[in-house]
Ligand binder design. Structure first.
Ligand SMILES: [Zn+2]
Length: 217
């Protein structure tokens, strides 16, 4: 492990957790954030702490392969989920798990969201699937959510919340905001007779555009 990258990842995880709380994506101490250090280690928010009192040093360094962690604070109970995703999705650098209200409304109905918004398909890769209800913190939840995220950067978890990922933590935060907004749009469009879906071909084109061509570089 490169010890020099750990402080920067701790800072980014702490900043993102505060931004998540500030943006109304989660209430109280719910939700959690992780950032990749390398292919074995991640940094994750500690369990049950007020996001506004967190310091970067309190973010927990965890070995994703063994579950062992450093320091006095326990990591989030969702370590199995974050570890599974970071170990199996090498392109992912940051993960945010929220209980955001509109996403949770759709997830409580055990529904997915079709591809209905342009920014949704660019950032999340297409339709948003809903993983079945499983006990939080279990390997079973890690398995089912990883499956729902295949080819996507966001998914719902039935009766529980949502997961958003990005190549960086900043991208993951954008994905979480876009996912919540998409759920709101999809619910609102029901009142107008339902949203019209974007084709699979356009989804693939726009997601590729976002990943490889969007921005200043
Ligand atoms: Zn949760």
């Amino acid at each position: 492990m490169d010890k020099h990258t750990v402080p920067a990842v701790r800072q980014a995880v702490c900043d993102t957790a505060r931004a998540m709380a500030d943006s109304g994506l989660t209430a109280g101490t719910w939700g959690n954030v992780s950032g990749r250090v390398d292919d074995t280690f991640m940094v994750i928010t500690p369990s049950g702490m007020d996001y506004h009192r967190l310091t970067p040093e309190q973010m927990v360094l965890v070995n994703m392969r063994t579950g062992e962690y450093e320091g006095g604070l326990k990591p989030s109970v969702e370590v199995p989920l974050h570890a599974r995703l970071l170990l199996t999705r090498p392109e992912v650098g940051g993960i945010i798990h929220t209980h955001s209200p509109k996403a949770l409304a759709v997830a409580a109905a055990h529904r997915g969201i079709p591809a209905v918004c342009d920014d949704q398909v660019q950032i999340l890769g297409g339709s948003i699937r809903c993983a079945p209800y499983t006990m939080p913190g279990t390997r079973e939840m890690a398995d089912t959510v990883a499956q729902a995220l295949e080819g996507r950067m966001g998914a719902l978890i039935a009766n529980h919340g949502a997961v958003a990922m990005g190549r960086t933590l900043s991208e993951a935060l954008t994905a979480a905001v876009v996912l919540e907004k998409t759920a709101q749009v999809w619910i609102d469009a029901q009142a107008l007779g339902g949203a019209v879906e974007i084709s699979d071909e356009d989804c693939a084109f726009f997601h590729d555009f976002f990943l490889h061509k969007y921005g200043q570089k």
